[in-house]
Design a binder for this molecule. Structure first.
Ligand SMILES: *Cc1c(COP(=O)(O)O)cnc(C)c1O
Length: 460
């Protein structure tokens, strides 16, 4: 007997579905599409010999589930209790209040994106950014594209296409998400000339290979690993002098793009201003790593070189959208106001003091105390957070956490917290759930406590 014959018509399923839920008329074609998808899946399972319910009620309910899943935003806020400050999977840098306000201000209205109000004509798209970036980095000029990978590509394509770029073998790095310096170089049309060894490269290694085809010297900040021990790299001033003697641009891919020096062990991370001051001609960096703004690729340096990049057709393909520009301008305003250390979340979290995090841990521990009755063992613990985003991999940021041990093991709680109305992202260490306080606010503490209580309710 043909089981598939028993499947009701799409019309019938949709009619039953629309009786179950008032779907706006404009969305009905989507319900029809969902019903078709459900029926196709059911037919396949029946043909495969499975037993499947084919009554109109079940198929209608399943169609509505499919339709509702499609109509729910997947990009949602989460609470970051991982202790990884620049977490690429969690959207890297949360915006500052000022950056968010700048985005909000232009979100639903026409704006001055490429309009010069004083002249009443077309204006420069980067008018709000260039002066600010120059003031903050000491550079002569600036350009912005949609991420740092694009910035590196543009610089190499614009200045070295068909010619040679010299890179130390110690700096042929791979950044997460398949960004590899040799591949980006190949994509740009430049030829890679490797010099030195994995652990040691000297200035004379660069000097030896400079020839008529040389277009640039590229230094890559090894942001996500360290070569330690018997190592050597020329200093920036040495490389800058060599480049200048041959009228070549010295390019540095700085990766993180720190504008404000970090305290303590993190003070090793170089700032953009330091690279410019050391004589680097062009510095590229991300907007959403240590700078703490939106995804963007920033290029600062000498005007002669940046003017050449402005001629590149690629620039149009890599340009930043208005919302990111607004967010970037707002973030730079925080730095110009001297308020970034407190106002820009990434900066604030990296500088957070232990006392503040201990207060949050105490508040959470107190809020969870009643769960001791369920056998929960809750303690405050010392742990290390990470900068994340491939930056400062070796630098531990001493932090405070709350650890939870449960009779049923920590895995189910970790999972339950991910299902909370605002999902909480935590980690498990030796069968204990760890919530790192570094990136949390007082409001988050309340939400985490509520999510834990709800998880217990759901467990029963
Ligand atoms: C992160 C990083 C990149 C890529 O930057 P995106 O903004 O993620 O495109 C390139 N180079 C270095 C050294 C980096 O650290």
């Amino acid at each position: 007997m043909m089981e598939t014959r028993k499947i009701p018509s799409i019309d019938k399923i949709v009619t039953v579905a629309l009786a179950q839920l008032a779907v706006p008329a404009g969305a009905r074609p989507q319900v029809v599409a969902a019903a078709r998808q459900v029926v196709a899946a059911v037919r396949q399972r029946l043909v495969g010999g499975e037993k499947v319910r084919v009554d109109a009620e079940s198929l209608a309910a399943e169609s509505l589930r499919v339709w509702q899943a499609l109509n729910t935003p997947k990009l949602r806020p989460v609470i970051n209790a991982s202790g990884i400050v620049v977490h690429t999977n969690l959207g890297r840098a949360p915006l500052s209040a000022r950056a968010a306000a700048c985005v909000q201000a232009v979100l639903s209205d026409y704006n001055t994106l490429e309009y010069n109000l004083a002249a009443g004509q077309r204006g420069n798209r980067l008018q709000g950014i260039v002066d600010k970036l120059c003031a903050l980095t000491g550079a002569e000029d600036a350009l912005v594209v949609n991420n740092n990978a694009a910035a590196v590509l543009l610089v190499l394509a614009g200045l070295a296409q068909g010619r040679e770029v010299i890179v130390s073998r110690g700096q042929l790095v791979e950044i997460g998400g398949s960004f590899r310096i040799p591949d980006v170089l190949a994509q740009s049309g430049a030829r890679l000339v490797e010099v030195g060894t994995t652990n040691k490269t000297h200035c004379r290694d660069y000097a030896r290979v400079i020839g008529p085809d040389t277009a640039a010297i590229l230094k890559v900040h090894t942001s996500n690993y360290r070569v330690v021990g018997f190592t050597a790299q020329p200093t920036l001033p040495e490389l800058a002098a060599l480049a200048q003697a041959h009228a070549l641009p010295l390019i540095e891919d700085l990766g993180s793009g720190l504008l404000l020096p970090l305290p303590g062990a993190a003070a090793t991370e170089p700032t953009v201003a330091a690279a410019i001051a050391a004589g680097v001609d062009i510095v590229t960096f991300s907007g959403d790593k240590l700078l703490g703004g939106p995804q963007a690729g920033l290029i600062v340096g000498k005007k002669v070189w940046l003017d050449r990049l402005r001629q590149q057709p690629l620039l149009r393909a890599l340009r930043l959208d208005k919302l990111s520009l607004a967010a970037l301008e707002g973030t730079l305003l925080d730095y110009l106001a001297g308020e970034a250390a407190l106002a820009v979340p990434v900066q604030r979290w990296l500088r957070r003091d232990l006392a503040e995090m201990e207060q949050l841990a105490d508040a959470l521990t107190a809020a969870l105390a009643p769960l001791a009755q369920q056998g929960w063992k809750i303690r405050t613990l010392a742990l290390d957070s990470q900068a994340g985003g491939g930056t400062l991999p070796e630098v531990p940021f001493a932090s405070v956490g709350v650890g939870i041990r449960l009779p049923a093991g920590a895995t189910w709680l970790e999972r339950a917290l991910r299902k909370a109305p605002v999902p909480v992202i935590a980690r498990i260490q030796a069968d204990e759930l760890w919530l790192d306080m570094r990136c949390l606010t007082v409001r988050d503490i309340g939400a985490i406590a509520a999510a834990c209580r709800q998880a217990v309710g759901g467990e029963r």
